[in-house]
Design a protein around this ligand. Sequence first.
Ligand code: SF4
Length: 282
Amino acid sequence: MSTLTVTNHNRNVTNFTYVYPVLSRRAGGLSIGINFNINNACNWRCIYCQVPDLKLGAAPEINLDLLAKELRQFLNDVLHGDFYERMNVENEQRVIKDIAIAGNGEPTSLANFDEAVQVIAHIATENSIFPKSHFVLITNGSLIHRETVQNGLKILNDFSGEVWFKMDSATKEGRALVNNSAQMNEAVLKNLTLASNICSTKIQICLVDYQQRGFLESEREGFLNFLTEIKAKTLIQNITIYTLARPSHQPEAIDLKPMALDVMQNFALEIQKLGFDAYAVA
Ligand code: SF4
């Protein structure tokens, strides 16, 4: 018998290709994950990334019929079968909190991202999943300028969905170090503006303590300056600060520690002073 716990994020627990269950402590129930990046490919390489054998690249061509079949089958098992019993899920956790497009790489790199979002929305609607459960896209936000991604966000918005937009640094050096990305603030602001004009968008900041350097003053200052600009120019209101919850699968893992909670909480207070709703989670 398998046991699904908050620490078990094994994407193979149900033997599906695209659909996987996660018991989410943060969400307080079952999160149904959708993984388009079955090749473990991403256009970034974050040093805290938990994807094993991460490669540089995009999501491969998707089999939409298989995605639909798996999601139908899984929802049927959760809603009408004995999924929770088989997985030993505690009673208070037996609720579908969200369907989250996340997975082993950047989901918006899928060539027909909008079609895949439509398939998920259609099957969730057939099963009366929304609006009781949320529809979430977890993204690094770097490809929002693509038309297919914006079309996908429009569908997400039709189902009151949310974009969780990763922003782990607001400096060139910080992004190069943490995300191995050369993206500049101008491009990030443009994509944040596009995303938040289409669909409710939240910023997710992952802070890690690299080589025991703690939270560098240059990073703190970069964030506060950039967030001031974001506040003035976008509709974004919510920011979550989090840290390493599980070991990184990247070579830098040995040099990484979770950021101290008090450092994250103090930073959240500073962000609140800019007018955002900001909080830190351990
Ligand atoms: S964006 Fe996400 S999947 Fe891509 S490297 Fe970073 S943490 Fe991993």
